[in-house]
Design a protein around this ligand. Sequence first.
Ligand code: PLP
Length: 225
Amino acid sequence: MDQTQEDAAQRLAEIGQKMVAAQNRFGPTVPPCQLVAVSKTVPAEKIAPFLVAGQMVYGENRVQEARDKWPGLRANFPSVQLHLIGPLQTNKTRDAVELFDCIQTLDREKLAASLRHEMDRAGRHIKYFVQVNVGQEAQKSGVTPAETVAFVHLCQQKYGLDVVGLMCIPPDGVPAGPYFALLAELGHKAGVSQLSMGMSADFVTAIAMGASAVRVGSALFGARG
Ligand SMILES: *Cc1c(COP(=O)(O)O)cnc(C)c1O
């Protein structure tokens, strides 16, 4: 193994061990918590060693960037699962439905309608998380906590979307635990089982609060420029 390949395998092993330790400590989930490797801004040649090391689930926050990077990588790794973790405009839903296996940022009815239309057109089935603006911050996307349950049901019932869970990005600079707990409570009320929460700095806390998926970028790929 060359050095780059060895480094990728080692970083994956380290994060994996921390995840397993957290799950053993706080109560394992079935299936085990999933690692979504956040590869935004990471060039394809730096993602490749992680694919070779066996990491198959990735998160990107921009449709255009994913479209530039992933078709080439996927040609060699067809089992890759791509998650969209950034805001989605309705004029990009056609590309998003083509590229992504899961969209974690569903947060308004117009988007739900557009995604339904594009999935039917493409004959593709994708999964969804509803994004919740847990800190009710003006600059962040997501439905409010109070709107969450009704919005999940609207997406499922009116648009037939396969909403599997909730996703959040808590406020910076304050402990995330209470926000993760809020997301877990809302997921329970909405009747969805998956929770996408926790990033490089706080994924252990997220697992303690019941995360089914953590989204880890810089701890795997290094600091973004
Ligand atoms: C960038 C990003 C992450 C990963 O953040 P790190 O701190 O680098 O682990 C997770 N989730 C979302 C929505 C992001 O945009």
